[in-house]
Design a protein around this ligand. Sequence first.
Ligand code: ZN
Length: 310
Amino acid sequence: MERRTFLASLAAASAAGSLPLRAEAPPAGGRITLLHTNDTHSRIEPFGPGNGAISGLGGVARRATLVKQLRAQLGPVLLLDAGDTFQGTPYFNRYKGRLDYQLMRMVGYDAGTLGNHDFDNGVGLLLEAMVAMETLQHANPAFPFVNCNFDFKGAPELGKRVHPYIVREFPGVRVGLTGVGVAFAGLVDPKNHAGITWKDPYESLKPVIKRLREVEKVDLVVVLSHLGHNNQGGSAPCDLLLPGQVAGIDAIIGGHSHTFLDAPVRLPQANGETLVFQVGFGGVNLGRMDFAVAKGTVRAASGAAMPVQG
Ligand SMILES: [Zn+2]
């Protein structure tokens, strides 16, 4: 249609009341909500009485209800986990993590990463838990794991299931997801991470984020980090130092340190801001971060922790 004809038909349609008087520009970019947990530690049931401020909070069934409500209310959502799913209750001793991953699939997780405790029973039983989750008969798809600083050369079956990054696409927004894990030394018995080598998270992230930005052309870069929030001046990599070390991260979903934050910490980075968040442990809270993005840039971001309660 010629422009003049188009304008004439627009004016006619407008006069007829079938269009708003001021034609709206097509929406640029898109919106995405990240919902997240960390260090759920086999807490299938809510915390009982006698647990102080967290008494009565948590529970996978309630988390599922909250996520379902939010998915119904919101636009596109990604449900993510920052690792240490395993260890902490008799459910883990009995089911070796199979139950945890199967329930995560039922709740509708989109991706997770690996914490040190996920290796507590060794590579073989971690792999078994992943396979049990994949073979579950359920409408929700099996979810992938992301990590870019473990070298799985000596553990190829596990390596097949842990991707250096994944990309998810929604209307107006492409999201790149990657992950980093804490050093094994002092935390994981060498026999339990046999075949897997830890590499520096900062150096491992740089090429992945460059690829996500330049080749995959994502609008939002999200890191699932099991490094811990704050190394308190030590030399270990941590979430608060990550934005200064690696440019181009929009959101860090943290774990490992069981840090309770009410809202994300906002740190400057080369392309704007990085939101660094972590929501305690045990599924007590669900984290939420909302992003409006356009052309590879975050235009608005906010976040808060939501208690998981009955
Ligand atoms: Zn941990």
